[in-house]
Design a protein around this ligand. Structure first.
Ligand SMILES: [Mn+2]
Length: 78
C-alpha cells in the first residue's frame, strides 16, 4: 500500500556538498529511491575534494535533462 501511494507522490530532495564524490552521489540517489517525478535541489559545492568532479558535473548536466533539478552555486564552485 505504501509503495502504491509513494509512486504517485512527488518529493523534493535536497543534496549538498558532493565535492567530486561521484560514487557517493550514485549511492545517495539510489538509496533515496529517486524517481522521475521527484524534484532535486543541489546546494552546491560540486567540485573540490574527491577526484571525480568532471564525472559529477557531466552526470548532473545529463540528469537535469530528464529530471527537474535546481542547481545552486556553492563557494567552491565560484
Ligand atoms: Mn562544502
Amino acid at each position: 500500500m505504501q509503495n502504491i501511494f509513494r509512486s504517485k507522490m512527488s518529493r523534493t530532495l535536497v543534496i549538498g556538498d558532493i565535492h567530486g564524490g561521484f560514487k557517493a552521489l550514485q549511492q545517495v540517489l539510489e538509496r533515496a529511491g529517486v524517481m522521475k517525478n521527484d524534484q532535486l535541489i543541489f546546494l552546491g559545492d560540486y567540485v573540490d575534494g574527491w577526484s571525480e568532479s568532471s564525472q559529477v558535473v557531466q552526470f548532473l548536466l545529463e540528469l537535469s535533462e530528464i529530471q527537474e533539478c535546481i542547481f545552486i552555486k556553492g563557494n567552491h564552485d565560484a
